[in-house]
Design a protein around this ligand. Structure first.
Ligand code: PLP
Length: 281
């Protein structure tokens, strides 16, 4: 098993990151997770676009072009013989004596590795349960930064209650999951939080909205409340690893009749087609 350290393919056991790496000490860095199907990268361009955007927002200069990065990632997938899984990549502000302000000189630390991750087919078919939690995160959730403690604490609460996802809210407004975007369906129309500073603009969310455009499915990028969520016809979450996963129960309360909704199932089918289109061999 190989991984990439600063642009070079090395053995997992050889890799080493300094104890004063700013990613390790401050969470001063950014990351992306790219899905691999059939040994091929899915929506890689969209993920890299977002990576460069996150970098810009934190004044990080990624020392590779998108083409160079893509080449490295594809090579990693090939040497690790990954078929279905994910690539995790992160860039930190590098190693420097521990001071909060940016160091005058430092080289970004770049790490990427692969993991086998099956598609959660069982979840797609049966749906999952979720809980509601207060969104205690900072006000730059649009940046895919390494600072994930708010998300970690939210997901831990869900896990302790035997639930798959924690749906966060600021006051009455539902923002997003701990590692997903949230959609509700009411009267055959989708609603999802607008892509503001309060949520991550998910790539899966973007694919779903494109699907809606192509198939004349009505949607609005508008805020909705906890009450709207609990009384929705359907609810689903979206993410790179979870794709389109129905949520059938929130805080012990059934959504609709407590089974995955018809429109959710339809969007899953269109999503499958999108995967096939992009990753057929
Ligand atoms: N929101 C948060 C907080 C996330 O961590 C993620 C990613 O896992 C998402 C949304 C979904 O984004 P994407 O569809 O790009 O994976």
């Amino acid at each position: 098993e190989k991984f990439i350290l600063n642009g070079k393919l090395v053995d997992r056991s050889e890799g080493y990151v300094d104890v004063e790496d700013r990613g390790y000490q401050f969470g001063d860095g950014i990351y992306e997770v790219v899905r691999v199907y059939n040994g091929q990268l899915f929506t890689n361009k969209e993920h890299l676009d977002r990576l460069y955007l996150s970098a810009e927002k934190l004044s990080l200069q990624i020392p590779y072009s998108a083409e160079e990065l893509t080449k490295q990632l594809q090579e990693l997938v090939t040497v690790n013989q990954l078929n279905t899984g994910i690539i995790y990549m992160q860039f930190t502000r590098g190693t420097a004596p521990r001071k909060h302000q940016f160091p005058e000189t430092s080289h970004l630390t770049f790490v990427a590795y692969t993991n086998e991750v099956e598609r959660p087919i069982d979840h797609f078919e049966k749906g999952v349960s979720a809980i509601l939690v207060d969104d205690i995160r900072w006000l730059r959730c649009d940046i895919k930064s390494l600072n994930l403690l708010g998300n970690v604490l939210a997901k831990q609460q869900a896990a302790e209650k035997g639930c798959y996802e924690a749906i966060q809210h600021r006051g009455e407004i539902v923002t997003e999951g701990s590692s997903s975007n949230i959609f509700i369906v009411k009267n055959n129309e989708l609603l999802t939080h607008p892509a503001t500073n309060l949520i991550l603009k998910g790539i899966t969310r973007q694919v779903i909205l494109k699907i809606c455009d192509e198939h004349q499915i009505a949607y609005r990028e508008e805020t909705f409340t906890i009450d709207d969520l609990l009384h929705a016809d359907e609810v689903f979450m979206s993410s790179t690893t979870s794709e389109v996963t129905p949520i059938i129960q929130v805080d012990q309360q059934k959504i609709g009749n407590g089974t995955p909704g018809a429109l959710t199932r339809q969007i899953q089918k269109y999503f499958d087609q999108e995967i096939e289109k992009q990753t057929k061999q």
